[in-house]
Design a binder for this molecule. Structure first.
Ligand SMILES: [Zn+2]
Length: 150
């Protein structure tokens, strides 16, 4: 079983190398001018080669679930798994953890927030940085907050 991300993997390595610099990157088609996620070599719409593009890290919480017993026994549980839509690419969903405790704040669909990077470590393996979604805490304006694409 894989213990840590493979930095030299041709499709996923760039994502983890960017995460190590605390930068969220996704594959992007320049011809179609849209994100393609999960990572692939070529655009599913036009066939052009994809390149990696940095995003702002701002996004909306599309959905979430509590993980009480993980599929990979090397990962500690429990945690909250989140589906996040980046503001620059609202048609995609990126899977990541929630950065803070779900008990700390009630969650809602389309709640705005920002990606920050947290260290993850499995039972066997070096720690690495992974994106995690942190909802904004300004409760009064969260529902009305407009996020403009960068
Ligand atoms: Zn394309």
């Amino acid at each position: 079983m894989m213990n840590t991300p493979q930095l030299d993997h041709p499709l996923t390595g760039p994502f983890w190398k960017a995460a190590a610099r605390q930068e969220l990157q996704v594959t992007w088609c320049g011809a179609c001018n849209h994100a393609v996620w999960y990572p692939r070599a070529n655009c599913p719409d036009c066939g052009d080669p994809l390149h990696w593009r940095a995003l702002s890290g701002e996004g909306l919480l599309a959905s979430w679930c509590e993980v009480a017993a993980g599929l990979n026994p090397n990962f500690p549980t429990a945690y909250t798994c989140a589906l996040v839509s980046p503001v620059e690419a609202p048609h995609i969903r990126i899977v990541m953890q929630l950065a803070n405790s779900p008990a700390e704040k009630a969650l809602s669909c389309d709640m705005p927030g920002r990606v920050r990077f947290i260290p993850l470590q499995q039972a066997a393996g070096e720690p690495y940085l992974a994106p995690a979604f942190e909802p904004y805490h300004d409760d009064d304006t969260a529902c009305d907050k407009q996020l403009a694409p960068g």
